[in-house]
Ligand binder design. Structure first.
Ligand code: F6R
Length: 245
C-alpha cells in the first residue's frame, strides 16, 4: 500500500487526476470504477480540464459506478446518475454505451446486481477503482458488518450514512434507506485501487482502516489485503497516520 500525503484538497485532487489520466494514457480502453460524494469532485473537474486543455481522450474508457440509491430515478438531482453526468460525463467524450451505473428504479434488484457483476467480468474486470471512505469506514455502500465475500447487492444504509448524506437533501426523511452497491468482493477484484481521503473528520476512521485489524466493522480495512492500493490523503486527514510512522 502506498500512502501519499497531499498538502490540501486541491493537491489531493490533482494527484488523483494524474493517476487516472496516466491509467488512460497507458490503456485508452481502461475499465474504471468510479465513486460519487464530495471527495472526488475536484478530481473530476481536473480530469475535464486535462481532457479539454491537454487533449486526454476518454472515448474508449468504460466506467462502472460503485453505487446508486434505490428509489431515485436517473433524472433526480440526488441520484448518482445525475451526479456523474452533471459533474463528469457531460463534459467529456465518453460513449454513453460505456457508462454503467446501477439502476435505482429497477424491479428485479437481484437480477440487476447479477448483471452488473457479469458486465464487469465480461469487460475484463476493473483496471482502476476510485474510492472514497465513509465516516463509518464504508467503501461503496458496504456498511459496517458487511460480508467481505459479497458481490454487487442491495444494501440497507447505516444511520450514520443517512445522517452524513442528508447534507445533499432538503430533509433527512428524503434520504433513501436502500441502495445497490458493488460488494467488497467486486471492489477487491479491481487490479488497482485509488482511495481518496479528504477532511479532518475522516482522520480517525482512516487510521483504523489502514492500521487496525481487518474487520467487517470497518469495511475499508479489507484494503490492507489488496495488492495494489494507493491512498491519497489530504494532510488534515493524515495527522494520526503521521504520528504512527
Ligand atoms: C460514493 C460512495 C461512498 C463515498 C463515501 C465518502 O459513490 O460509494 O462510499 O465515497 O461515503 O463520501 P464523501 O466523499 O461525500 O465524504
Amino acid at each position: 500500500m502506498r500512502i501519499v500525503i497531499a498538502k490540501d484538497y486541491k493537491d489531493m485532487s490533482a494527484r488523483a487526476a494524474r493517476i487516472v489520466a496516466g491509467q488512460i494514457y497507458l490503456k485508452p480502453n481502461s475499465i474504471l470504477g468510479l465513486a460519487t460524494g464530495s471527495t472526488p469532485l475536484l478530481m473530476y473537474k481536473e480530469l475535464i480540464r486535462v481532457h479539454k486543455e491537454v487533449g486526454l481522450d476518454l472515448s474508449e474508457i468504460v466506467t462502472f459506478n460503485l453505487d446508486e440509491y434505490l428509489g431515485l430515478p436517473k433524472e433526480d438531482q440526488q441520484s448518482y446518475h445525475y451526479y456523474m453526468f452533471h459533474h463528469f460525463f457531460n463534459h467529456i467524450n465518453i460513449k454513453k454505451k460505456n457508462i454503467f451505473i446501477p439502476d435505482g428504479m429497477v424491479q428485479d434488484v437481484g437480477q440487476e446486481c447479477k448483471n452488473y457483476d457479469e458486465n464487469i467480468k465480461e469487460m475484463g474486470g476493473i483496471d482502476l477503482q476510485v474510492l472514497g471512505i465513509g465516516n463509518n469506514g464504508h467503501i461503496g455502500f458496504n456498511e459496517p458488518d458487511i460480508k467481505f465475500e459479497a458481490t454487487t447487492h442491495k444494501v440497507k444504509l447505516d444511520d450514520e450514512t443517512i445522517h452524513a448524506n442528508a447534507r445533499f437533501f432538503a430533509t433527512i426523511e428524503e434520504v433513501p434507506r436502500f441502495a445497490i452497491s458493488m460488494g467488497i468482493k467486486t471492489i477487491m477484484h479491481a487490479k488497482k485501487v485509488l482511495l481518496l481521503v479528504s477532511g479532518e473528520n475522516k482522520a480517525e476512521v482512516l487510521y483504523h482502516a489502514l492500521y487496525g485489524g481487518i474487520t467487517p466493522e470497518i469495511p475499508a480495512s479489507i484494503l490492507q489485503l489488496h495488492q495494489d492500493v494507493t491512498v491519497i490523503v489530504e494532510e488534515s486527514a493524515a495527522h494520526l497516520l503521521q504520528q504512527k510512522s
